[in-house]
Design a protein around this ligand. Structure first.
Ligand SMILES: [Cu+2]
Length: 154
């Protein structure tokens, strides 16, 4: 039986509807967006106890790749309970000084320690807003020496 014109239109609309819903599902996975890359230096090459930059801002619903770079002579932590409680972590990726990937970590992240010459990427999507003045390096004496910072999620 040949397809009638209204039947063809219905088939077209059903196909279009399916295509649109598949598209909506792809966009719905917030962890698969192109990441917004942000780099933070933990300490400095000449040994200063700083986060650079020391104030970070994120927007809810966007995927971030926070690159924690330690080019200093000391190990440093990146620790913010406020941030940790406000994001969904996709993964943490770690790198050796020669650039080789050394580990990929999944699950809830509280704080990350990066060793001299190493790098770690924290991929996350902020899911709630807030302002936190609790960014700190928890190595003994580093907070007192100036390794503090603030984070705003809007
Ligand atoms: Cu430190």
């Amino acid at each position: 039986m040949p397809e009638t014109k209204p039947m063809k239109n219905l088939t077209y609309l059903l196909t279009l509807g399916l295509a649109l819903s598949l598209h909506a599902n792809a966009e719905g996975d917030l962890t698969r967006q192109t990441p917004n890359t942000l780099a933070v230096n933990l300490g400095s090459e000449d040994g200063r106890m700083v986060f650079e930059p020391s104030h970070l801002e994120f927007e809810t619903g966007k995927l971030y790749k926070l690159v924690l770079v330690n080019d200093s002579p000391h190990p440093h932590y990146f620790s913010s309970v406020g941030l940790a409680r406000s994001v969904f972590t996709r993964k943490v990726q770690t790198y050796a000084p020669n650039g080789d990937r050394t580990a990929e970590i999944k699950g809830r992240i509280q704080e990350i320690e990066v060793f001299p010459g190493h790098k770690a990427e924290w991929w996350f999507v902020p899911v709630q807003t807030g302002e936190f003045n609790d960014l700190v390096c928890s190595v003994n004496g580093h907070e007192e020496a100036g390794m503090t910072g603030s984070i705003k999620i809007y």
